[in-house]
Design a protein around this ligand. Structure first.
Ligand code: 6R9
Length: 648
């Protein structure tokens, strides 16, 4: 496969960038021409219609296609035997599986037919809760093939979180598996689904894949086995080759919903649509990583997050690439696991998170001994700001200083990478995401939404916004368009607000400094402080709580909770109560949201109008006790001294 839109020189980057801003419709139409459409854009209508007031964004509306025909069928003629997914199991002694494009296409067709047989139709919502096995990618693509809207839920979420998401999406179908292996743990996914379904009235069918052979309950009339359903499809197949026709989708039909945390309590279902997302993931994959046919691309994310959607499933497959999918974790059975995988599969491009790099750094260089990393050509990071120390370690010890490091900034809402250097084409700079991709128009604004144009000490600093839509931007939040407007398009008029703060230098490079709203980034996972507070407050002894982030050596940010308990407890029960609170948070959100530190306090610092002064709590958690700023407006200034004394 060749990529006519691949940028190969810095001059071309500047030219393409310029054209993408001056003539976005022409620019993206040319990229769109490299895909297969069932019906092209009617020439009388516009390629792009948009405003950020409603907001409304439509790319190629009226054109028809199916994303799986672009990700699978179109590669069959020339690259059918190319490996699409190489799967590395959790246990290094278990056999690797390799699925060629031909095999993946067939499996997707079979399972798409299973979904149809079970009543799934275009537009229906299907919740997918499976570990990192190829069947997860097959389930996702099968939904896309028949036009069902998938909503993948990460394996670390609790039954309660799943129940909330099922309800919000109005999901009628679930695809899950008995259990998932992650390091030394087996996670009983089906049993968690069973708990999530207590009281649920909308789910009609649960399809269960077998992975761990964990005993599961199977309810007659609701639960069916993946294997049996596929066997039935194969038995009833008349043709030699099963080729389930792909549903005709409009460019702007929804492709998937993915829930993500914001600064308010309830996660929101970010909606991406077919054509824009297809263009954006392919374009960014090919350009940022400079993918060349034959390269093995290893993205270490989980498909439960946007990074896995865009750079394990869609981007690489749309580009006809070979992707490596890993079931386990970087530190099991030992901290050399990633390097074993790179060596074993001769990985060329590695894409991981700063938190993984920092965690592996802490094991020293021993795990790297005797590992051949010479196949590596490009390294990437995503999910949170990367500190310079981790950047240099990655560059020196993994890339041996010969692999460009791409620091890719983006969000669930952006569909794919927005700001990043292009490997070996545009320069990298430690801890800077550098330049916007073509089609991306970032700017920095102050609190009032005025564009910042003045430099102080060579940089300007402000809140990061976008001026115009790129093809991969979110279209709405599921079932609540007003929430989408409020969250992203109302803070600053006519701009998309990212929630991040950033710096910009005179050459136009960006450095992302972190969230400026009440969202934490723990090990690259987004958590809303309000969400965690709601979960803590569910504990019977808790009156109120406030959650802030603090710098954490490995996780980037840790979760620090200040908790006010009712007066009934005994001091000697404190440790137990803390554990109970952790268990409560695990049950309500999932283990990923458990606070790292819990400090019991007799009250929270509040203004006279009752607002919690988070600034003070943040400073204390960061250990900046002498720099708390003005505390005179507090209702009860004495509380600050108590909090300082009790700091953990
Ligand atoms: C892709 C993904 C989005 C938030 C985003 C920002 C942070 C992501 C980053 C980065 C600095 C990078 N973030 N990449 N910060 N440098 N290269 O992670 O999506 O889970 O939605 O998180 O992650 O704060 O706003 P998501």
């Amino acid at each position: 496969m060749s990529y006519p839109f691949q940028i190969t020189t810095i001059e071309q980057y500047h030219e393409d960038y310029k054209r993408s801003v001056e003539d976005p419709e022409g620019f993206w139409s040319d990229v769109a021409d490299t895909f297969e459409w069932k019906k092209k854009q009617p020439f009388s209508s516009r390629v792009l219609e948009w405003n950020f007031t409603e907001p409304k964004v439509k790319w190629f509306e009226g054109a028809k296609l199916n994303i799986t025909e672009n990700a699978l069928d179109r590669h069959l003629k020339t690259n059918g035997d190319t490996p699409a997914i190489i799967w590395e199991p959790n246990d290094p002694n278990e056999k690797t599986r390799t699925l060629s494009y031909k095999v993946l296409h067939r499996k997707v067709c079979e399972f798409a037919q299973v979904l149809r047989n079970n009543g799934v139709k275009k537009g229906d919502r299907v919740c997918i809760y499976i570990g990192m096995v190829p069947e997860l990618a097959i389930a996702v693509l099968s939904c896309a093939r028949i036009g069902a809207i998938h909503s993948v839920i990460f394996g670390g979420f609790s039954a309660q979180s799943i129940a909330d998401r099922l309800e919000d999406a109005g999901a009628e179908y679930i695809i899950t598996c008995d259990g998932a292996y992650r390091g030394a743990k087996d996670i009983p996914l089906k049993s968690i689904i069973d708990d999530a379904l207590i009281g649920n009235k909308t789910v009609k069918r649960v399809i269960v894949h077998t992975r761990t052979r964990t005993p599961v309950s199977m309810l007659k009339g609701r639960d069916v086995w993946w294997r049996d359903e596929v066997d039935a499809v194969i038995e009833n197949m008349h043709d030699e080759v099963l080729d389930v026709p792909a549903e005709v989708m409009d460019a702007e039909d929804p492709l998937f919903i993915l829930y993500t945390s914001g600064s308010t309590g309830k996660p929101k279902g970010v909606v991406h649509t077919v054509a824009g997302y297809m263009l954006w993931t392919t374009y960014t994959f090919v350009n940022v990583f400079q993918y060349q046919p034959g390269d093995v691309f290893f993205c270490t994310a989980d498909i439960g997050w946007i990074t896995g959607h865009s750079y394990i499933v869609y981007g690489p497959l749309l580009a006809g690439a070979t992707g490596l999918m890993f079931e386990g974790i970087p530190t099991w059975p030992d901290a050399g696991r990633f390097w074993n995988i790179v060596d074993k599969h001769q990985v060329n491009i590695l894409y991981t998170a700063p938190t993984a790099i920092r965690s592996l750094m802490s094991y020293g260089l021993d795990p790297l001994k005797d590992k051949d990393l010479s196949s590596l050509k490009v390294l990437g990071t995503v999910g949170e700001p990367i500190n310079e120390e981790a950047w240099h370690w990655y560059d020196e010890h993994i890339g041996k200083k010969k692999c460009p490091v791409v620091d890719t900034w983006w969000q669930t809402e952006t569909g794919g990478i927005l700001i990043s250097n292009l490997a070996g084409v545009t320069p990298s700079r430690p801890s800077w995401a550098t330049l916007p991709l073509p089609g991306v128009q970032p700017l920095l604004v102050d609190e009032k939404g005025e564009e910042i144009t003045e430099f102080t000490d060579d940089v300007m600093s402000g809140n990061l916004c976008m001026r115009a839509p790129w093809p991969g931007i979110l279209r709405t939040t599921w079932g609540d368009h007003e929430r989408c407007r409020q969250t992203y398009f109302s803070t600053y008029k006519d701009l998309y607000f990212t929630g991040d703060g950033a710096w910009r230098d005179e050459a136009g490079n960006f450095k992302i400094t972190g969230r400026v709203d009440d969202v934490l980034n723990v090990s690259g996972h987004r958590l809303g402080t309000a969400e965690v507070e709601n979960a803590i407050n569910m504990h019977a002894s808790v009156i109120e709580s406030a959650v802030v982030g603090y710098p954490h050596e490995v996780k980037g940010q840790g979760v620090y909770a200040y908790v006010v308990l009712d007066g009934k407890r005994r001091k000697e029960d404190d440790e137990l109560t803390k554990k109970d609170i952790l268990a409560t948070v695990s049950r309500i959100i999932g283990p990923i949201a458990k606070p790292d530190k819990i400090q019991f306090v007799s009250g929270l610092p509040k203004t006279r109008s009752g607002k919690i002064m988070r600034r003070i709590l943040r400073k204390v958690a960061e250990g900046e006790l002498n720099n708390l700023g003005d505390t005179t407006t507090l209702l009860d200034p004495a509380i600050v001294d108590e909090i300082k004394e009790g700091k953990l």
